[in-house]
Write a protein that binds this ligand. Structure first.
Ligand SMILES: [Zn+2]
Length: 230
């Protein structure tokens, strides 16, 4: 291992938590990278040094076909998640371009054909507003300082922190309940205090995110739903 090869913590999609530094991870001050490798047979395997901590109870990503395949465009009557709740979509033909949300999603018909893009843009804007505000609040309460917090598009990781003390959070978290968002934020920020998943680390997380266990379970059971486009 190269000198100074320190690693990145990343909270992986499909795992309730992640573990110790993995070989070949990105150079980073704090973090362990958990890689997933899929083969056509069997569940994905983790290339991580303490795999024993995480028995492979999660389903392989390839088994997510229990969700119906989306149609070509959004139609009224479909629903979409936001902060852990499902809201109806209504497609309207009113000549506007902006998606509105008033206890339901009102989507201009001109955007309905974009399907992925239309909702995604809306989700990312909300994530940048709501999740980043939460990051600042939790950092203040934990007494930690990060360099930058960013909403990112990462299909396989909920959150991570980098060698520069940047905190990255997956925009898809905006579909999850707030206690789940809080847990992921706090998990990553807690790595600014303790780089490993020690009992002390979990104590910090639990103190700041009291619903930690519930959040881990929620991610385990529902994480794949967040991967759906709508
Ligand atoms: Zn971690």
């Amino acid at each position: 291992m190269a000198e100074g090869n320190r690693e990145t913590f990343g909270l992986r999609v499909g795992l309730p938590s992640h573990g110790a530094p993995a070989k070949g991870g990105p150079k980073s001050k704090y973090c362990a990278r958990v890689k997933i490798s899929q083969t056509s047979a069997g569940p994905p395997s983790l290339t991580i040094s303490d795999l024993s901590r995480f028995p492979p109870r999660f389903p392989p990503l390839s088994s997510v076909s229990r969700f119906p395949l989306p149609g070509k465009e959004l139609v009224s009557g479909e629903s979409a998640l936001y902060l852990g709740r499902s809201y109806q979509i209504e497609v309207v033909d009113d000549g506007t371009r902006d998606i509105r949300f008033t206890k339901r999603f009102v989507i201009p018909s001109s955007r309905a054909t974009e399907r992925k893009g239309a909702m995604r843009e809306w989700y990312i804007a909300r994530a940048e507003e709501i999740i980043l505000r939460r990051v600042h609040r939790h950092a203040r309460e934990l007494g930690v300082q990060f360099s930058k917090a960013k909403i990112v598009d990462n299909r396989y990781r909920w959150g991570s922190c980098t060698i520069q003390d940047n905190v990255n959070l997956n925009w898809r978290l905006i579909k999850a309940p707030m206690f789940v968002i809080d847990y992921v934020i706090v998990h990553e920020l807690a790595h600014l205090i303790e780089s490993n998943h020690t009992p002390e680390f979990w104590n910090v997380v639990r103190t700041q995110a009291p619903k930690m266990e519930k959040a881990k379970l929620w991610l385990k059971e529902n994480g794949q739903i967040l991967e759906e486009d709508v």
